[in-house]
Design a protein around this ligand. Structure first.
Ligand code: ATP
Ligand code: MG
Length: 216
């Protein structure tokens, strides 16, 4: 039997995907937060979910480990999108990719003076493109998480990170000074799978499109 494999990350993306799956008549048989299983079956014998790190979703789809995936635009910008089609903006896990600095750091002046700015981020590619387009000189420092900490201990002058409410920034004495991109999660598909399994995938894609139309 032909199967559909959908890769996604646990946490907010999984939670916001459950209603989309429900609309397609798909119910996961367990909750990835409660289970250690990385392959989650569903009520439909030919549909299964892979639970992977958010940053690994495009890679699984690119190489055909999964037919479909749900990944944030932030992750797709860094990955580059080779080997996959971005089919839909699902309008879930919305936030923005921003530049933030300590309240005491005069970012506008640093830019005006042409100073070199040290920027900590896990989004090297997006950050590099953003500052290059503005003609701002930066030294990028790659981190894998808790970017807000870097300016507090003198590791960086600024960070590039995702922001939704801004509560984490405020709690760490940081302010948002520029928005780089609006972020939401996308449905991506393996290019070969879309051709070979079109008949199986299309009804699911249609339901996702229908459900996300009012959200975007
Ligand atoms: P981990 O936290 O395990 O290191 P991660 O940071 O990649 O992994 P999440 O924090 O669950 O995983 O983020 C997954 C995706 O959700 C991100 O790629 C982004 O698209 C989106 N996202 C992240 N933070 C927010 C937020 N505060 N609000 C809305 N969406 C967000
Ligand atoms: Mg996170």
């Amino acid at each position: 039997m032909e199967t559909i494999t959908l890769a996604l990350s646990k946490g907010r993306i999984f939670e916001e995907t459950v209603p989309l799956l429900a609309a397609a008549g798909i119910t996961p048989t367990c909750d990835p937060e409660a289970s250690r299983q990385l392959i989650i079956s569903t009520n439909l014998p030919h549909v299964r979910l892979l639970i992977v790190r958010a940053t690994d979703v495009p890679t699984y789809v690119q190489y055909g480990g999964a037919d479909l995936g749900i990944a944030g635009k932030d992750v797709l910008l860094e990955h580059g999108g080779e080997g996959l089609y971005q089919l839909l903006d699902l309008g879930i896990a919305r936030c923005r990719l921003c530049v933030a600095v300590p309240r005491t750091f005069d970012y506008a002046q640093a830019v005006r003076l042409g100073s070199r700015i040290r920027v900590a981020t896990k989004y090297l590619k997006s950050a590099r493109a953003h500052f290059a387009a503005k003609g701002v000189h930066v030294d990028l420092i790659k981190l894998y998480g808790s970017m807000e900490l870097a300016p507090l201990v003198g590791l960086a002058d600024a960070i590039v990170d995702l922001v939704s409410t801004g509560a984490t920034l405020r709690a760490n004495g940081l302010v948002e000074v520029e928005t780089i991109a609006a972020i939401s999660s996308r449905l991506v598909v393996n290019q070969a799978a879309l051709k070979v399994k079109r008949a199986l995938l299309q009804p699911l894609i249609d339901v996702f499109e229908e459900k996300s139309r009012d959200r975007i």
